[in-house]
Design a binder for this molecule. Structure first.
Ligand SMILES: [Zn+2]
Length: 878
């Protein structure tokens, strides 16, 4: 690496701040190029810090204009200041105030961290360390302060001025065309939760009364003219508030709650206190522009950010190593919310699909890290599937282990003990130890170990004794022989040829859960009338890989009779995975297995498709190419996987054709029916569209005709986009005509054009790279907008395995050149793109060396950002 390796921050080195900031008064005079920020900080030595320590404030890209201590301008020799920090070597060892004036250029801020402008709207993003780009500060989550913010701006271009907390004052500045607003947030918070917004925005509003009787004004702010697309998000805010009161006893604590949608945003959304700022993709929705998947994502992310008000804001993190404390817990909370709003079984399948698609590969590659990392070079690279999704799975396992009632009591205790504090994972577990009397020390190991554990299971039936024994053995990848075994909750049961074997019992299974806490263990069921099929890890009760040799007949028994919906879906997935991997490995010799699977799915559809279309759609959706690659694990050949998966889709489409056509007829909405994004309606659309996909796989001509018909008749984006996606896989003029018509229809809708970019980026054909190069020149594409980059380049790298991993290296080249082009302006998004190279070592030899060469080329480029350097270093290490 030519670039200097970034310094490493270690959890073991944590020590409290030497100073605290009790109060912050900010005066922000907004201007597109010359914003002035005056920060008045009430500082004092931290009793828990070092005595006589100098004051060292963080900064990033700052210009200092003035500095005064207790009202006295400081002489230049009394401090050292540069763009990246401000030090007072001999600061007073008592309480004092520091007044700091800085100058910012929000228009030039392309990193989208700190204060920036997005389509003319001033907004901020301060997590993880963006506040230091606004003023010099103790920019760390364990320094909590009470903020008062005065925002001033031109009235014409920024009539709306929003801050954290409650509004206290607003007015004109006579004769200047400017106005101001003052906001006060009474609850102490770390700087990463600071936010302000100034701009021309429309809004929708609602009032909500909390269970404590507080009257709260809710508002969702959007770009002018788009208020009619904000209603669903506003409704989701209200439902989230009600749910958190009912499920966790948590009420909202300010007089206003504002959500603002902006078009240029690095992440999904941000939970700033009382002022959530969102990527507009996760707010704006209308039937014409948003799919069912978009509606569900908006509901989930609105809920997620709102739930942070308690799990993240009221109780925050001591340091960034504890990120999972707020993220894993809050993902768990939003998953529970969505499960209550929708079908729990179908939602659980979606959660596990996401975990396997994103977290399992991460955990098996060079970027693997514990849910609570022990060190980092760039914290922005740790907003990962491991911290979020695996973090949520740990909370879920905890609930399974101790039960619902104890879990709720533990959560109450956690909030009560840590309200207003910056907490740690240990504080979290301590609350559950207090209410259950259990020692969770060994369970805590889940936070410390990277890699996906494996659990090997074998079953042994004794017909004479009518007993069934299950032997379990757990292993952890890369862990030494002395690594302690994990505590793994295994929700399980036995299924016989005619249904669940409820009369079979084991004294080691309590409420359907066996806890595996040793490296090896066994349990025996008695009163087992017939040889059973074990149904293990029901509801995906632990984030592990399960190794068990079950034949397809046994799996079909689970698909038919398992009372656990997740495991029914899993049974179909495992059969499909087996069929596809057998073909990839060249070990398949007969088509009978595939035909039996087709017949079983046919019977399943006959019995259940109309009863639960959403679940049926999940059962019909084959494992993705990424799932198969993850299963194969080494010497991965994406082309072979693609072909094998395509062949199975064709078989399903041909074998189920008549049923699928009938289902499409039966599930069609009656003409003139109003669109509703509810789960049941979305489920019917999902099954119709899954049917279309399979029919087209087997019979392209029929697929084209049906897709064209569907586009012509579509009354919503879900159906229109599904048909376009089907066409996208079928080369020819029908596809190109449909793509052109779609682009014309939505020429002024950037978020919809993102879908159009993504569909084309994922076409698994040789011409796709040239197509992407042309799309980069499209007037709607902009490298400065993260959503556009993710739609075109991110989709290509993550969801087009055959083209990204081309044998001529052109796919790697395209992504590498994008990373380098982006790194100077937006390193966070560049680094995120680079994670697509994560699984490179698991590829077959030729692709592996091409991918490595691309990674080394990026890493050897001079003046790389810390973000990209960090991903490069870790990807190539070892
Ligand atoms: Zn979050």
């Amino acid at each position: 690496m030519r670039t200097e390796t970034p310094p490493t921050v270690r959890l073991a080195d944590y020590r409290p701040s030497d100073h605290l900031i009790d109060r912050v008064e900010l005066d922000v005079r907004l201007d597109p190029r010359d914003t002035r920020v005056t920060a008045t900080l009430a500082l004092r030595p931290n009793p828990a810090g070092r005595a006589d320590a100098p004051l060292v404030l963080d900064g990033d890209d700052l210009t200092l204009l003035g500095l005064a201590l207790d009202g006295e301008v400081l002489a230049p020799e009394a401090y050292r200041a540069d763009a990246s920090g401000l030090t007072l070597p001999d600061c007073p060892q008592r309480a004092f105030t520091l007044r700091i004036e800085t100058r910012l250029d929000p228009t030039a801020n392309t990193k989208l961290m700190g204060l920036y402008r997005s389509s003319g709207v001033y907004c901020t993003q301060c997590e993880a360390d963006g506040f230091r780009r606004i003023t010099y500060f103790l920019d760390r989550p364990d320094v909590l302060s009470v903020y008062t913010t005065r925002i001033e701006a031109d009235r014409e271009s920024a009539p709306v001025l929003l801050g954290n907390g409650n509004p206290v004052e607003a007015g004109e500045i006579p004769g200047t065309g400017r106005h101001y607003a003052v906001w006060h947030d009474p609850l102490p918070k770390p700087a990463y939760l600071f936010a302000l917004v100034g701009g021309r925005l429309d809004r929708v509003t609602k009032r909500f009364t909390t269970m404590e009787g507080r009257d709260v004004a809710l508002a969702v702010y959007v770009e002018p003219g788009k208020a009619d697309r904000a209603a669903y998000a506003l409704d989701a805010v209200e439902r989230s508030m009600i749910w958190d009161e009912q499920a966790f006893g948590r009420a909202y604590d300010l007089d206003v709650f504002n959500v603002v949608a902006v078009s240029d945003f690095n992440m999904g959304a941000m939970e700033n206190k009382g002022l959530n700022i969102f990527n507009d993709k996760y707010v704006l929705a209308s039937p014409e522009t948003a799919t069912d998947v978009d509606y569900a994502a908006i509901e989930a992310i609105i809920a997620h950010e709102y739930f942070h008000n308690w799990s993240g804001n009221r109780v925050t993190c001591r340091d960034w190593f504890q990120l999972c404390l707020k993220e894993g817990l809050t993902v768990f909370r939003d998953q529970e919310f969505s499960s209550d709003m929708r079908s729990r079984a179908v939602h659980r399948i979606g959660e596990v699909r996401t975990l396997r698609a994103r977290q399992f590969p991460e955990d098996a590659g060079p970027l693997a890290h514990p849910v609570r990392p022990k060190q980092y070079a760039e914290i922005n690279n740790f907003y990962t599937a491991t911290v979020y999704e695996k973090g949520a799975e740990i909370v879920r396992m905890l609930r399974t282990l101790i039960g619902e009632a104890a879990f709720r009591a533990g959560m109450d205790r956690y909030f009560a003990d840590n309200d207003g504090r910056a907490a740690t994972v240990e504080d979290f577990l301590k609350a559950f130890e207090a209410v259950t009397g259990r020692d969770l020390t060994r369970f805590a190991e889940w936070y410390e170990c990277p890699g996906t554990p494996r659990v090997a299971v074998s079953g042994h039936y004794d017909a004479a004794a009518r007993t069934y024994r299950l032997d379990f053995r757990q292993t952890r990848p890369g862990a030494g022989a002395d690594a302690p075994p994990l505590i793994i909750p295994i929700s399980l049961g036995l299924v016989g040829p005619d249904g669940p074997l409820d009369q079979a019992t084991s004294d080691r299974v309590e409420d359907g859960v066996f806890v595996l806490d040793a490296a090896e263990d066994s349990l025996t069921f008695t009163n087992v009338a017939a040889e059973p099929v074990p149904s293990l890890f029901r509801g995906f009760s632990a984030p592990v890989r399960v190794e068990i040799s079950l034949d397809d007949a046994a799996r079909l028994t689970l698909l038919r009779h398992d009372p656990d919906s997740f495991n029914r879906w899993e049974a179909a997935q495992r059969i499909a995975t087996g069929l596809i991997t057998a073909q990839v490995r060249g070990t398949t010799t007969e088509a009978a297995g595939a035909e039996r699977f087709v017949a079983a799915l046919g019977a399943f559809l006959d019995a259940e498709a109309l009863r639960d279309p959403a679940f049926a759609a999940q059962v019909l959706a084959l494992p993705s190419e990424g799932d198969i690659a993850d299963e194969i694990g080494q010497a991965i050949d994406p082309d072979a996987i693609f072909r094998a998966r395509r062949d199975l889709r064709r078989r399903l489409g041909a074998g189920l054709r008549d049923r699928l056509l009938t289902l499409r007829e039966t599930l069609a909405e009656p003409a003139g029916a109003a669109f509703s994004p509810d789960a049941a309606s979305a489920g019917r659309r999902a099954l119709r569209n899954a049917a279309l996909d399979l029919i087209a796989a087997a019979d392209p001509a029929a697929g084209i005709a049906l897709a064209q018909e569907q586009i012509a008749a579509a009354t919503n984006m879900t159906d229109r986009l599904a048909a376009l996606s089907t066409l996208a896989l079928l080369p020819g003029t029908a596809r190109e005509t449909a793509l052109a018509a779609f682009a014309e229809r939505y020429a002024s809708e950037p978020l919809v054009l993102d879908k159009w970019f993504a569909i084309q980026a994922t076409i698994p054909e040789d011409g796709t790279i040239e197509r992407i190069r042309q799309l980069r020149e499209h007037p709607a594409f902009a490298m400065t907008n993260p959503n556009r980059v993710r739609a075109l380049i991110g989709s290509f790298s993550l969801a087009n395995p055959t083209q990204f991993n081309r044998l001529d290296g052109a796919g790697y080249d395209l992504v590498a050149e994008t990373i380098l082009a982006l790194d100077g302006t937006n390193p966070q998004v560049a680094a995120r793109l680079m994670t697509a190279f994560g699984p490179w070592r698991r590829l077959e030899a030729e692709r592996r060396s091409l991918a490595e060469a691309a990674l080394r080329r990026i890493a050897a480029t001079p003046s790389l950002s810390r973000d990209v350097t960090d991903i490069g270093t870790r990807s190539l290490a070892g």
